[in-house]
Design a protein around this ligand. Structure first.
Ligand code: ADP
Ligand code: MG
Ligand code: ZN
Length: 726
């Protein structure tokens, strides 16, 4: 009977659209026919409609399980907005009070409600299960179905309980939808939902309008981001960082540089979050700096760029997040910053987790690393990851295709690898194989007696940098296969076996090189890459003269890093000068004038117009802790008590205080020094720093000798710097 429905009419009537997108119509027919359905469609492909439309047509109420409580209200409002009666769509989640829940139930009982959105944790509640048993269910829709699998990028344990609950409530067809699923995740989803025979609809994941680029994460990453945004004025963009702290810092830096930006993460209260989301949709804000908590289901068609400040934990997550740009088919730039160091940090985070989980996490990370480091077409790699082959040689819309590397013949290396994989009986992973062909007798290899095989060390005199790209490209070419279910063991495919017998040229590209000069030091601001060496040396001379005039060591006037930044950012006003690291307002007033004059003259002489983008303004990154330390010192709190109160070691507290003083803030700790250090000692240490060429602690310890403790020296050094440098 349902087959007779004119779907186009319904589409027009309810949604106002003229035609279906992609597989929508076929999917909807499958649901109307009462079959289980599995939908794989990229973000923005139009998945919601695949369950919304049939729910409006079919008798009964459809249950939509979605993890996104924040978006339920929004979706429900949209449906109700286009319906004649009230209560066509409802949601049940923890945000509703008792009377609201009663209203929902009474609308469902009255047969008004066609669509009920439920969070998985509400679905498992006894009350709700009992109630739903009495309701006629048209079908169950499981949105963001990848949450079922630990192999996805967003595992939610409650999702595992969906099948048992469905069986309790009453069976009805199931439609599962997701934007990202590797083969492994797809199998997991079907197994867990018990829909092994579901009809599968898989759209191509290729998004031709998206441009992919990976940049090395260098010291000037903030500056690069600012420049990028300034080159795309007024465009909407999202920047993802892994840590909340970084999110907030970066948002502040962007704001300080006149970019309309806001921070978004799960630690903010929900009204702030929804305001930020609205501001972004209404274009009051151009750039959102967010943890992954932002963007799932955000339907802004003209987001123009997504920047990954940190490399994501999995390619699935990466694909999902980049999927949010260019939904309207227009420009969409996806830039990721990559540093090997970040990868190590992510691995470290996993250490406390169960071994099996660590193992999965590590494999996912390796895939991301391969994506970042490889010089192969990014699109080809991404699509391969999702089980789709991209046949074109050059996609023309990724960094590697725009700047292709010269290919070299990797035939010999490939042969060595394939034979090695065979020799160790296809039972080992990539790192093991690489060690094996290099001839590294690791404990692991020796314990398997593999160092005694003929193939061991077969590639010892070849370039070490060959092996990873050869293996990765052999995977892409289908000579090797990674057994994802089994720790990522490398297996030979049939064509890999054939290759060993009949070798042909195997053209490969070497990986991109990533130098690791990125230092993740939150106190470090701006970079020094654009340092003007001539100005730097002029400023150094000036510092020497000034120091001489004031009878102070040069570093007290300005530290090297401050001079470096001046020679990079060309500050010409006092305000700009205070944006330089280590220069507080006091210092700018005390010593700044002459430096500004020199910089200005230099710029005029050289006709340097400080490029606006380069004058990246940084913000005082005084953490809450630092602010509270400053306040306590103003109240003359004893420093040992302060350390206790903050749960810090005394020496950690001194670290914090030093950081405060070095960044240009004056602190008076005389009240404490008087109590704990002899007056004579204070004078000696003070004099020492006055005479010394450096404020280095070890040198001071050496010079001053055993009578002075490290803490004493540090305390007096703080006093000295506060009085003379700030
Ligand atoms: P997904 O959940 O797959 O990421 P959505 O269901 O949020 O995608 O839909 C993405 C966008 O496409 C929405 O703005 C939606 O209104 C629009 N859309 C869906 N189907 C159609 C259609 N047939 N014609 C035009 N626009 C559509
Ligand atoms: Mg969706
Ligand atoms: Zn490409």
């Amino acid at each position: 009977m349902t087959k007779e429905v004119n779907l186009i009419d319904a589409l027009k009537r309810y949604f106002g659209f003229d035609k279906f997108k992609g597989d929508q119509e076929a999917i909807i027919r499958n649901v109307l026919d009462g079959n289980d359905t599995f939908v794989l469609m990229p973000t923005g492909g139009g998945k919601s409609l695949c369950y919304q439309l049939p729910s409006l047509i079919m008798p009964g109420t459809a249950i939509v399980i979605s993890p996104l409580i924040a978006l339920m209200k929004n979706q429900v409002d949209v449906i109700n907005g286009m319906s004649e009666g009230d209560g066509v769509a409802h949601y049940l989640n923890s945000s509703l009070n008792k009377s609201a829940v009663e209203q929902v139930k009474s609308d469902i009982r009255a047969g008004k409600t066609k669509l009920l959105y439920v969070a998985p944790e509400s679905l498992t509640k006894e009350d709700n299960v009992e109630f739903l048993k009495t309701v006629k269910i048209s079908f169950y829709a499981v949105d963001e179905a990848h949450c079922i699998s630990e192999w996805g990028h967003d595992f939610r344990p409650e999702y595992r309980r969906i099948r048992p609950i469905i069986s309790q409530i009453g069976n009805a067809p199931v439609i599962a939808l997701t934007a990202t699923a590797t083969d492994k995740v797809r199998t997991d989803i079907k197994r867990s939902l018990g829909i092994a025979d579901a009809h599968e609809f898989k759209s191509s994941f290729n998004r031709p309008n998206l441009y992919y680029e990976v940049r090395p994460k260098t010291k000037d990453v903030d500056k690069q981001i600012i420049m990028f945004i300034k080159q795309h004025p007024g465009k909407s963009g999202i920047i993802y960082c892994l840590a909340r702290k970084k999110v907030e810092e970066l948002a502040e830096i962007l704001k300080a540089n006149d970019i309309k930006a806001a921070a978004y993460h799960a630690g903010l209260d929900s009204s702030t979050r929804s305001k930020t989301q609205d501001d972004f949709l209404m274009e009051n804000i151009d750039v959102i700096v967010a943890t992954i908590a932002f963007g799932m289901g955000i339907d802004k068609p003209d987001v123009r760029f997504v920047i990954h400040y940190d490399i994501p934990k999995s390619l699935e997550g990466y694909y999902q997040e980049t999927g949010r740009v260019g939904r309207d088919g227009g420009e969409g730039k996806c830039i990721a910053f990559y540093a090997k160091k970040d990868l190590k940090k992510l691995e470290k985070f996993m250490e406390g987790k169960p071994v099996a989980e660590q193992d999965i996490g590590r494999q996912l990370l390796q895939e991301t690393a391969a994506y970042a480091e490889s010089s192969v077409c990014r699109r080809k790699m991404l699509l391969h990851y999702f089980g789709e082959e991209y046949e074109q040689d050059n996609c023309g819309n990724c960094d590697n295709c725009k700047h292709p590397k010269t290919k070299i013949d990797g035939k010999d290396a490939l042969l060595i690898i394939l034979k090695a994989v065979a020799a160790v009986k296809e039972n080992f992973r990539q790192e093991y194989i690489v060690d094996f062909v290099k001839g590294r007798g690791t404990d692991d290899i020796v314990s398997h007696k593999h160092d005694q095989l003929d193939e061991f060390g077969a590639g010892a005199d070849m370039d070490n940098k060959l092996w990873n790209p050869v293996i990765r490209q052999a995977l892409l070419a289908g000579y090797l296969r990674k057994d994802v279910e089994n720790y990522g063991l490398l297996k030979l495919t049939a064509s890999g076996k054939r290759y060993i017998k009949s070798q042909e040229p195997f053209m490969i590209v070497m990986d991109n090189e990533f130098t690791d000069d990125y230092v993740d030091d939150s106190n470090e601001a701006g970079g020094t890459s654009a340092l003007d060496p001539e100005l730097f040396s002029i400023l150094k001379d000036l510092r020497k003269k000034t120091a001489h005039k004031h009878q102070l060591p040069p570093y007290v006037i300005f530290q090297d890093v401050s001079l470096e930044q001046m020679a990079t950012m060309y500050p010409v006003t006092q305000e700009e000068l205070t944006n330089v690291q280590g220069v507080g307002i006091g210092k700018a007033k005390r010593y700044g004038k002459e430096f500004l004059k020199v910089i200005k003259e230099y710029c005029e002489e050289k006709q340097i117009v400080p490029p606006e983008e380069l004058r990246v303004r940084t913000v005082a990154k005084k953490s809450m802790l630092k602010v509270s330390i400053i306040q306590s010192i103003d109240r003359k709190m004893a420093l040992d008590d302060l350390a206790d109160a903050k749960g810090l070691d005394f020496s950690d507290l001194l670290d914090e205080i030093e950081a405060i003083v070095y960044s240009g803030t004056k602190l008076n700790i005389d009240y404490f020094i008087e109590d704990v250090v002899d007056d004579d000692k204070v004078d000696d240490i003070y004099d020492y720093f006055m005479e010394s060429e450096t404020d280095d602690l070890n040198e001071a310890l050496d010079e001053l000798g055993d009578d002075y403790s490290e803490d004493e020296i540090r305390l007096v050094r703080i006093k000295f710097l506060s009085e003379n440098a700030n």
